[in-house]
Write a protein that binds this ligand. Structure first.
Ligand SMILES: Cc1cc2nc3c(=O)[nH]c(=O)nc-3n(C[C@H](O)[C@H](O)[C@H](O)COP(=O)(O)OP(=O)(O)OC[C@H]3O[C@@H](n4cnc5c(N)ncnc54)[C@H](O)[C@@H]3O)c2cc1C
Length: 462
């Protein structure tokens, strides 16, 4: 393919094909693959996206829908000369409806801008992830992004009211508008959430918003056993319905963050596990009950140390320690990221088993475990050891990772909790989905994208 295939559809300045652009737009944050796009197209509206898809269909050109490229599973990566279609110029916010608590915008709007726009109107978009400053809302929808507030607010899916999409057939579909209730047949909107760009381009969306919480106080605590965290979660839930985050990380993670950022170690003593618990708009009565709960927890040695935030700044610093882990490893190290989930009650046993297995399998590498306890979502980062070259490291991951996925299957877990399958986890999809499942997915793909031009080879092969 060359820029000639699309040159009558877009101005020259919105077709990029320099080596640098093709490389930069050709991959996401997953660095296991090189970006090899043949061109990058920058449409500004839905009609332009439609024209691009129709042309690609005629000429059988593979397209990669591309958002903020913060994905971690190589689902926005071009490995064999595909054309990247970036929605970065589609950043219009059409409006916020305060009465209906909705926002309507183009899909290329950055997540943080949605959060900010909502806040300016006294409203709240609760999906929050460490990549919110770069990820786009279209990318969040295409990956059903989760983040730290899933325990209270669910994933992106729960906040998508309506979508406008361009399918692989080049049709524009308006899915649900801004209806709260609509039982008129199959819900295609839901199908597009989490579809990783394989069914169509999300070009516009209407999102639900909610009341803006007044404060986000947080409790930072340390424990020696993961099983005690579940006890704390259970007790915390009996105190408040407003637990909006319950995050954990290990001492190894803390060391990585402290090495690259100027945060202070929260406790002078080193502990195996740390937790950040957020309780939105904590009332005085709840605060008192949490203090009683943690006094008992200290007495019983379920936790070893605890700090209640005294200011929003301190609360933010607690969460930064957790949120900086992913970015620190991705920016400064060669890392294989696994984003897995198991039933919440299985977390302690699974963590023990996966830690042992990973340490004995990836000898010389650091094993970092962190994640969202309340959702059963664990991030397992394997950091390349100094004795291995980059290629040796990724070869080792490819050769040995199935042992991790066998363990996940044993615990009835999922090989991806929120980052998606993309290219990185494609070979392991069968650990979480059956053959009939995957066959049905292929069928759905053929309906929306009969020529197979949208993000081919991602999630599964046709
Ligand atoms: C530091 C860091 C922290 C992160 N934390 C979290 C977290 O807590 N929770 C979480 O869920 N994820 C997290 N992620 C992963 C990532 O940010 C999310 O997957 C995010 O939703 C991707 O959005 P994006 O715009 O960057 O999409 P991209 O990476 O550009 O694309 C992701 C997928 O969506 C498709 N896509 C993008 N835009 C469109 C569109 N308009 N129409 C159709 N398909 C499209 C692409 O083809 C691709 O398949 C994190 C990433 C980083 C780097």
């Amino acid at each position: 393919m060359s820029r000639n295939s699309f040159k009558d559809l877009l101005p020259e300045s919105r077709i990029l094909d320099s080596v640098n652009d093709c490389e930069a737009y050709g991959h996401d944050w997953c660095r296991a693959y090189e970006g090899k796009a043949s061109a990058v197209l920058l449409p500004e509206n839905t009609r332009e996206v439609q024209a691009i898809v129709q042309r690609a269909g005629e000429q059988k050109i593979a397209l990669i829908p591309s958002g903020g490229r913060t994905g971690l599973s190589a689902s926005a990566t071009a490995t064999s000369g595909e054309v990247v279609v970036s929605l970065e110029r589609m950043r219009k916010i059409y409006g916020i409806d305060i009465a209906e608590q909705t926002i309507h915008c183009q899909a290329g709007v950055i997540t943080e801008q949605i959060q900010r726009a909502a806040k300016e109107h006294g409203l709240y978009y609760p999906i929050d992830l460490a990549s919110a400053g770069s990820s786009q809302i279209g990318g969040n929808i295409a990956t059903n992004a989760g983040g730290i507030h899933v325990i209270r607010y669910g994933s992106t899916r729960q906040w998508v009211l309506g979508l406008e999409v361009v399918t692989g057939r080049g049709e524009i579909l308006n899915l649900n508008g801004k209806l709260v209730k609509n039982q008129t047949g199959y819900d295609f909107r839901s199908l597009f959430v989490g579809s990783e760009g394989t069914l169509g381009f999300i070009t516009e969306c209407t999102l639900r918003l909610t009341r803006l919480p007044r404060s986000f106080p947080r409790i930072f605590c340390a424990a020696r056993e993961m099983s005690d965290a579940l006890r704390i979660l259970e007790l915390a839930r009996s105190v408040s319905n407003s637990i909006s985050a319950f995050e954990f990380f290990t001492e190894a993670c803390l060391q990585y963050v402290l090495q690259h950022h100027s945060f202070r170690r929260p406790f002078s003593t080193v502990y195996p596990y740390y937790f950040v618990i957020e309780v939105e708009d904590m009332t005085d009565e709840e605060s008192l009950r949490f203090q009683e709960l943690f006094a008992t927890a200290l007495e019983q040695a379920w936790v070893s140390d605890v700090i209640f935030s005294q200011s929003q700044q301190q609360a933010d610093d607690f969460m930064e320690l957790r949120e900086r882990i992913g970015e620190t490893t991705a920016s400064h190290y060669v890392v294989q990221k696994n984003d897995i989930s198991v039933p919440v009650s299985s977390i302690p046993a699974f963590l023990r088993d996966v830690d042992e297995l990973a340490k004995s399998t990836f000898v010389g590498c650091d094993i970092l475990l962190f994640g969202h306890v309340g959702d059963g979502n664990i991030h397992l980062n394997i950091v390349k050891g100094e004795g291995l070259s980059r290629d040796e490291f990724f070869a080792l991951c490819r050769a040995k990772e199935s042992t991790i996925f066998e363990l996940i299957a044993k615990y009835h877990g999922a090989v991806s909790a929120e980052h998606g399958i993309g290219l990185l986890k494609k070979d392991y999809l069968h650990y979480s989905r059956t053959m009939p499942d995957v066959e049905l997915m292929r069928g759905v793909k053929r309906v929306f994208d009969p020529d197979g031009i949208l993000n081919p080879g991602k999630i599964f092969d046709l």
